[in-house]
Structures are given as structure tokens and as C-alpha cells.
Design a protein. Structure first.
Length: 69
């Protein structure tokens, strides 16, 4: 598989899940869904050994901090 998505499932007792995709469009669709439900999601290209996008969401005392890079 060419693309990998790695994401954290739970806030209190983190559990990491990994999914693999051959199709870039399938990986992007799944990444988009996970960004709305998880605190951290990473989409990477395994052939190039690089991270395509990393999404992180934290609830802070002053509000919510969302980072995507």
C-alpha cells in the first residue's frame, strides 16, 4: 500500500490505529472523516517516506487549538 493514515482514537487512554490505502483519493476521504472525529491524524506517503498532512486538535482553557501542517 502506498498511503498510510495513523490516528489517535481515545483522549483518556490513547490508542493508535493505522490504515493503508493504494488510492490517494480514498486516503484523503478517510483522512477528512478522521479529522472531524480524532485529536491527531497523519496522512503519509510510504513510497516517498514523507508526511503529507498532519492534523492536531487540542481543547485548551481559552478555547480550541487546531493545527494542520
Amino acid at each position: 500500500m502506498r498511503y498510510m493514515i495513523c490516528y489517535a482514537v481515545r483522549e483518556n487512554m490513547p490508542k493508535i490505529e493505522t490504515e493503508y490505502y493504494e488510492s490517494f483519493s480514498d486516503a484523503v476521504m478517510r483522512y477528512t472523516v478522521l479529522c472531524s472525529n480524532c485529536r491527531d491524524v497523519v496522512l503519509s506517503d510510504l513510497e516517498k517516506s514523507e508526511i503529507i498532512r498532519h492534523f492536531s486538535c487540542r481543547k485548551l482553557s481559552g478555547g480550541v487549538s487546531i493545527t494542520s501542517y
